[in-house]
Design a protein around this ligand. Structure first.
Ligand SMILES: Cc1ncc(C[n+]2csc(CCOP(=O)(O)OP(=O)(O)O)c2C)c(N)n1
Length: 631
């Protein structure tokens, strides 16, 4: 760790530094971020790009009294390092370590928690309006990326902010990148603004001229403010931010900490909403991240000197298998089109884009729009596939209900990262989608036990006349070989893998393999336990379940999803409605937000691994055998 950085225990220490010392500090912070994330992985590019912005904001604002709200929070590593978390920084995203995002319990400087994009402006506006209503004295500033400005929510907040004229500073961190290059008309608009003369240069030039007139300097300086405004409008006619009621300062070099301090101080004096448009570079200061910003958005461990990823050889990921399958099917079926909400790399739809550029759409961070856009495409006879992480589909709930399912449009939701996700933690766990989709009429929900079944389900889903959600987990598949020919799966049918007298484990998705191992362990203890690969959450395979219930003495459902409202709940409802009277046990994730850390760790912690399940199930079966004693 650099010598200056070591002396910074809080932002108060920062405020004693000169601009050149701040520049040195920025350098030390970058080195420390790279050195640490090379071991842990993390959001490298965004955090390197925002170092000067973070320093300048903490320098100008009296944090934590003033509130700095980070959008998403993935760019805030410098913020962590100057707010008392240097010693723990190496634990970032690791089990029981620092979160990769902001956490209110981690620090009083973390005023707002997020993980999903474009919540900062609404949250900041809430803080500012509450301040005004309560007569409190603090400033509020939000830091939001150009990618997040493709999200409707950001504009819902801008709309209200421009109307209320609340005192609040919005710093737009414009690096022209979302995870992938940013897309859309607004992104293009920002690019146009970027080429305008720099705000700071303009201001300094005018001030220099006015200062050189000795006698009238004072009053001319005031006049200069007006001239600056006029000039500003002259170079940027109809700036959209100004039209919406904001004062616009920009563009400003987001890596020039001295200029940033000047602009932020000016903005802080303004009694109303301000936008500061800062131009930054993702990955700034670390060559491999500057050159490969997509790869360095959220890499795993890497080698610092070469910038090469340290990768284990693993089977293809579920996302890869999904995308390759879709490309295979799309060759034969021209009506298949693919949509991503700013995740071409994560969903692997970049592969689809290479093959069918005209049938591929990146809509920006706009999951709501993506779902309804898909509805429109489907209405006109196309077969849209919206590949979206489970956690981000939460954004589009009403669109799934109101636009897709209500109109019974055959949209395929390819739900990636279904289950526990690891380092991203609580805001990103994909463990609620079954619960929120299951209640919606018409939509069907399935999850294969491995990548082979994922292929079959994708193919079958594209023949359904209604909306379908196919879930699959994050990370590598099981490495099972598969042929070009995609095997048929009978729609709505589960797979009875083993019969069992004492109980039957009815498992969903890859949990089937955990059920199989648990069965073997239980057999060693003398229990005869069967296994069903459920495959379908909706429609449930009632026929199969009825047969199972007639042959076995108890049912145990198993899923990597919230137990409340999940697959097991669907089985419980069916049993209650059908009066199927055998003991039922639901195994899944508890009603808590699960933090970052390896999924396997949490499965073991909640006794959802073969060992834990064997323990729980054998005790339960033992209990069931023990006759109840009545008084
Ligand atoms: C609702 C939602 N969808 C998708 C994501 C995934 N995601 C994380 S960071 C990111 C890009 C954000 O770009 P920008 O706001 O410009 O910030 P930068 O990373 O460039 O600093 C995306 C799409 C998310 N966090 N939230």
């Amino acid at each position: 760790m650099g010598s200056l950085l070591k002396t910074i225990e809080s932002p108060a220490d920062l405020r004693r530094l000169s601009v050149s010392q701040l520049e040195q500090l920025a350098q030390e912070i970058r080195e420390y971020i790279v050195e640490t994330t090379a071991r842990t992985g993390g959001h490298v590019g965004a955090s390197l790009g925002a170092v000067e912005l973070v320093l300048a904001m903490h320098y100008v604002y009296d944090t934590p009294r003033d509130k700095v709200v980070f959008d998403i929070g993935h760019q805030a590593y410098a913020h962590k390092l100057i707010t008392g978390r240097q010693e723990t920084f190496a634990s970032i995203r690791q089990l029981r370590g620092l979160s990769g995002f902001l956490k209110r319990h981690e620090s009083e400087y973390d005023v707002w928690e997020a993980g999903h994009a474009a919540t900062s402006l609404s949250g900041a506006l809430g803080l500012a309006v509450a301040r005004d209503l309560k007569g409190a004295q603090y400033e509020v500033a939000a830091l939001i990326g150009d990618g997040a400005l493709t999200a409707g929510m950001a504009w819902e907040a801008m709309n209200q902010l421009g109307h209320l004229k609340t005192r609040l500073v919005v710093v737009v961190n414009d690096n022209s990148m979302s995870i992938a290059p940013n897309v859309g008309a607004f992104s293009q608009y920002l690019t146009n603004l970027r080429t305008a003369p720099s705000y700071v240069r303009l201001k300094q030039d005018i001030e220099a001229v006015l200062e050189s007139v000795p006698v009238f300097g004072g009053s001319l300086r005031r006049a200069g403010e007006r001239i600056k405004d006029v000039l500003h409008h002259a170079v940027l006619p109809g700036n959209v931010f100004e039209e919406l009621g904001f004062k616009y300062f920009g563009p400003v070099n987001g890596h020039d900490v001295g200029s940033l301090i000047v602009v932020l101080r000016n903005a802080r004096e303004f009694d109303g909403p301000v936008v500061i448009h800062a131009i930054t570079q993702k990955g700034r200061g670390y060559r491999p991240a500057e050159e490969r910003p997509v790869q360095f958005h959220g890499p795993g461990p890497f080698d610092v000197s070469s910038g090469q990823m340290i990768k284990k050889t693993e089977p293809p990921t579920y996302s890869q298998v999904f995308s390759e399958t879709l490309v295979q099917l799309a060759r034969e079926r021209e009506e298949i089109v693919a949509i991503t909400a700013a995740m071409p790399d994560g969903t692997k739809l970049d592969y689809f884009q290479k093959h069918f550029p005209d049938r591929y759409f990146d809509v920006g961070i706009a999951e709501q729009h993506a779902a309804t856009f898909a509805a429109g495409l489907a209405l006109a006879g196309l077969r849209p596939v919206f590949a979206v992480y489970s956690t981000f589909l939460q954004r589009a709930y009403d669109q799934v209900v109101h636009d897709v399912s209500h109109q019974n449009l055959p949209v395929l939701f390819a739900i990636d990262r279904a289950g526990l996700v690891g380092g991203d933690g609580a805001t990103h766990q994909g463990v609620y989608d079954i619960a929120f989709l299951r209640t919606v009429p018409r939509i069907e929900i399935a999850m294969g036990k491995d990548e082979g079944e994922l292929r079959s389900l994708i193919k079958a889903a594209l023949d359904r006349p209604n909306p379908v959600a196919i879930r699959y987990p994050r990370g590598p598949g099981r490495g099972i070989p598969y042929e070009d020919e995609i095997p048929e799966i009978p729609w709505g049918r589960g797979e009875w893998l083993h019969h069992g007298r004492d109980a039957t484990l009815v498992a969903l998705g890859p949990m089937v393999y955990i059920a199989l191992e648990t069965r073997e362990r239980l057999a060693r203890q003398g229990y005869d336990v069967g296994v069903v690969n459920a495959r379908f959450v909706k429609p449930l395979d009632h026929e199969l379940l009825r047969q199972v219930a007639s042959e076995t003495q108890a049912i145990i459902t198993l899923e990597e999803h919230a137990i409340h409202g999940g697959f097991g709940s669907a089985v419980a409802e069916w049993m209650a409605l059908e009066n199927v009277r055998i003991p039922l046990r639901l195994e899944g994730l508890p009603d808590v937000f699960i933090d970052h850390g390896p999924p396997d760790y949490y499965l073991a912690m909640y006794e959802l691994d073969p060992e834990g399940l064997t323990r729980k199930v054998s005790a339960w079966l033992q209990d069931l055998r023990t006759p109840t004693v009545h008084d």
